[in-house]
Ligand binder design. Structure first.
Ligand SMILES: Nc1ncnc2c1ncn2[C@@H]1O[C@H](COP(=O)(O)OP(=O)(O)OP(=O)(O)O)[C@@H](O)[C@H]1O
Ligand SMILES: O=C(O)C1=C[C@@H](O)[C@@H](O)[C@H](O)C1
Ligand SMILES: [Mg+2]
Length: 176
């Protein structure tokens, strides 16, 4: 069953997705990594060179491709904020899971990581507001939400694994 991880930047989508794929021995794609590979440059360099609109278009094109190719897909923090991407995610047959964390925990996790152009450019207040605004979209696009605060990424991957097996059991039971 394909798993799509969504959520605000710094909630651990890339970290947990990788661990989950390793533990299930399934294929994994990190959409941001795929974008960087395809573009031949880092995301901040892509934003600086081509702008946010071009970035979102490339992200959308690669989301459509990757969603059918991989078992576990970690999206970028902004992926579900685009309507067309929400539709692609909702049309996928797997489980879409929102990862979450309190805003101060997110701030301390991403700290001065220069690889997140949106974080770098926003004031503290604007960053808080962006999370609130985006949370509504993540909630709409996901089947379940997991609070990652004070939890090791491996523990979160294990919880997702348990939820996947629970889901498969329920589907099998329903088809009896
Ligand atoms: N559960 C956790 N507890 C503490 N630190 C974490 C946890 N999960 C991830 N981290 C750390 O937080 C930082 C951001 O994690 P990660 O890159 O996985 O987030 P992301 O959701 O993929 O962000 P983005 O949307 O920007 O791609 C990393 O330094 C990672 O090691
Ligand atoms: O929150 C966002 O809009 C982003 C998050 C990152 O994963 C990258 O996709 C990029 O930096 C944009
Ligand atoms: Mg990531």
């Amino acid at each position: 069953m394909p798993v799509i991880l969504i959520g605000f930047m710094g909630t651990g989508k890339s970290t947990v997705g990788r661990l989950l794929a390793e533990s299930l021995n399934q294929s994994f794609c990190d959409l941001d990594d795929l974008i960087e590979k395809e573009a031949g440059m880092t995301i901040p360099a892509y934003f600086d060179t081509y702008g946010a609109k071009a970035f979102r278009q490339l992200e959308q094109d690669l989301l459509k491709k990757a969603i059918n190719e991989y078992d576990i897909l970690s999206t970028g923090g902004g992926t579900p904020t685009i309507l067309a991407n929400q539709e692609v995610i909702q049309a996928a047959t797997g489980l879409t899971i929102k990862l979450d964390a309190p805003i101060d925990e997110i701030r301390s996790r991403i700290g001065d990581d220069a690889n997140r152009p949106i974080f770098k450019k926003l004031s503290r207040q604007a960053f808080d507001e962006l999370k609130q605004q985006r949370d509504t979209m993540y909630n709409q696009a996901s089947d379940m939400s997991i609070d990652t605060n004070q939890r090791h990424p491996q523990e979160i991957a294990d919880e997702i694994k348990a939820r996947i097996f629970q889901n498969i059991d329920e589907l099998n039971y329903a088809s009896l």
